[in-house]
Write a protein that binds this ligand. Structure first.
Ligand SMILES: *[C@@H]1O[C@H](CO)[C@@H](O)[C@H](O)[C@H]1NC(C)=O
Ligand SMILES: *[C@@H]1O[C@H](CO)[C@@H](O)[C@H](O)[C@H]1NC(C)=O
Length: 353
């Protein structure tokens, strides 16, 4: 766990340079006890929009941090059985972000998605003054038969729909901030594209939930509202985009991206893009941000990325028996206690050499 001074430093980074998400991920390593007001006061070198956002909407800063945490957790879940496992170890993580590889694309997308999701969620929970449930008055009323579910049942918008557009726009303001110096135009275009792909992985997959109303269980009227996809679903989709990511290069004008290789179809807005090939992440390398896979748990029977062959890069694995303590022989006592005993369970693990 990071001490709070480091947390502040991490947040300081975000605010200085929001497009640089190293600081965001860093800050996430600790319980976020933060006072956005004091952070805003401390950061004097803020550029235009961020200064505004920070000073006018400090509570949004807090949601940005929550959203980043959501993104980090999801990234680590999605990559748990891969050579690069989305470690947030700052030294190595920073190196990943300095490159322009697929992994970088995923990190940008999942972070922008997490921020959209968290802000929208906060709106629906009534935690922000700036926003609330989605306004449906301006939306065309659903036609009686077009609704989901029972045919012929009238339905109307109601309940509390997620105002995903608000989260989308705030995430955009915050994450798409122009980097003043450093990155070249092409790199900036790629980052912006991947941020957008992340936000669209939330906004484009809204689902409709409904509730029945009527006497004694009849369903004479249904009210419906739109909800965001669960974040796990967002992560699953972005992993698919990661697997099918497009390699691009900059055009001569320095402002356009051209697909590389034999892809006939150019990437669409929801695709992830990158410009450099990933290292193999087999051995530790500070330069590339690879921790290597020595000691990683692998699956000796799986043929996919979690299998020992791929995960251990052909170096082989050793089997180890570990003894874990587990709850067992649990009994329910009226009322309401569950008592368990501790049992030792042996588990065979395969570890990369
Ligand atoms: C990721 O892999 C490294 C070793 O390569 C390991 O130390 C670390 O615990 C792993 N992290 C997660 C979140 O699984
Ligand atoms: C290992 O891989 C096999 C085959 O894919 C799978 O059925 C099994 O659940 C995996 N085991 C673990 C511990 O993940």
């Amino acid at each position: 766990m990071l001490p709070s001074s480091r947390t502040q430093l991490g947040l300081f980074f975000i605010l200085l340079c929001p497009a640089n998400i190293i600081g965001l991920w860093w800050a996430v390593g600790s319980p976020l006890v933060m006072d956005p007001n004091s952070i805003c006061r401390k950061t004097k070198r803020l550029a235009g929009k961020q200064a505004e956002l920070c000073q006018l909407e400090p509570e949004i800063v807090q949601e940005v941090a929550k959203g980043t945490k959501l993104g980090v957790r999801e990234c680590q879940y999605q990559f748990r059985f891969r050579r690069w496992n989305c470690t947030s170890h700052s030294k190595y993580f920073g190196k990943i972000l300095q490159q322009d590889i697929r992994e970088t694309a995923f990190v940008y997308a999942i972070t922008a998605a997490g921020v959209s999701h968290a802000i929208t969620q906060a709106c629906s929970m009534g935690e922000l003054l700036q926003c609330g449930c989605e306004l449906t008055r301006s939306r065309a009323p659903p036609s009686p038969t077009a609704g989901p579910g029972t045919e012929g049942t009238a339905w109307e918008w109601g309940g509390c729909g997620d105002d995903v557009q608000f989260g989308y726009e705030k995430s955009q303001q915050f994450m798409d901030a122009k980097n003043k110096k450093g990155k070249n135009d092409i790199r900036a275009l790629i980052d912006l594209h991947n941020n957008e792909a992340g936000r669209l992985a939330v906004r484009s997959y809204m689902r409709t939930e409904c509730k029945c109303h009527g006497l004694s269980g009849s369903c004479t009227l249904r009210t419906c509202w739109r909800k965001m996809p669960h974040f796990r679903e967002v992560g699953d989709r972005l992993l698919e985009r990661f697997n099918g990511a497009f390699k691009v290069m900059g055009g001569n004008d320095g402002k356009t991206l051209i697909p590389v290789g034999d892809n006939i179809k150019p990437p669409d807005k929801q695709d992830l893009i990158y410009s450099a090939d990933s290292p193999d992440f087999c051995s530790a390398n500070r330069k590339t941000g690879s921790l290597g896979t020595r000691g990683r748990v692998c699956n000796s029977t799986a043929m996919d990325t979690s299998g020992c062959d791929l995960l251990c890069c052909g170096r082989g694995h050793r089997d180890e028996t570990v003894v874990l303590e587990e709850n067992c022989l649990c009994r329910f006592h009226w009322c309401c206690v569950v008592q368990c005993r501790k049992c030792s369970v042996r588990q065979e693990l395969s570890l990369c050499i």
